[in-house]
Design a protein around this ligand. Structure first.
Ligand SMILES: N[C@@H](CCC(=O)N[C@@H](CS)C(=O)NCC(=O)O)C(=O)O
Length: 125
């Protein structure tokens, strides 16, 4: 079972690298705005989780350099996710809010919708 999971994980990573979407061409101001957005969010993930791949591909499509933390192998990240978000489930997006509090968003579709909403105005500027 472990071997099958390992092989499936490798296949997922190969497919991800072969199907990477093109990032948009951004000017300097857009890049800076995208970097500012990227500093406010962190994706807690497992490398070979298909839902995490979906979020990573969406962020590439937006040209958003998403910071990631591996909640499977990095025990500190795992603890942060469990304590902050309330459970070990990935993907989970930690959003640093202006009031200093963190919001923890689960569900890949919700995360992608959030990133699209934040990044699209930067691309269209
Ligand atoms: N509907 C969720 C599914 C996420 C999901 O099933 N993630 C798996 C890893 S691929 C997980 O975290 N499983 C652990 C758990 O559910 O406790 C999404 O789209 O984000």
């Amino acid at each position: 079972m472990g071997v099958i999971r390992w092989i499936l994980g490798k296949i997922i990573l190969v497919v991800e690298s072969l199907t990477q979407p093109k990032s948009p061409q951004l000017n300097a101001a857009q890049k800076q705005a995208m970097d500012t957005l990227a500093q406010q969010v962190t994706l807690y993930q497992f490398a070979a989780c298909p839902f995490c791949v979906k979020v990573r591909q969406a962020s590439r499509k937006l040209g958003l350099p998403l910071q990631t933390k591996d909640a499977k192998r990095n025990m500190d990240a795992r603890k942060e996710l469990e304590q902050g978000g309330g459970r070990i489930k990935v993907p989970c997006l930690r959003i640093q809010q202006a009031n200093g509090e963190a919001r923890w968003m689960y569900e890949s579709d919700d995360i992608i919708a959030y990133l699209n909403k934040q990044a699209t105005p930067i691309i269209e500027k």
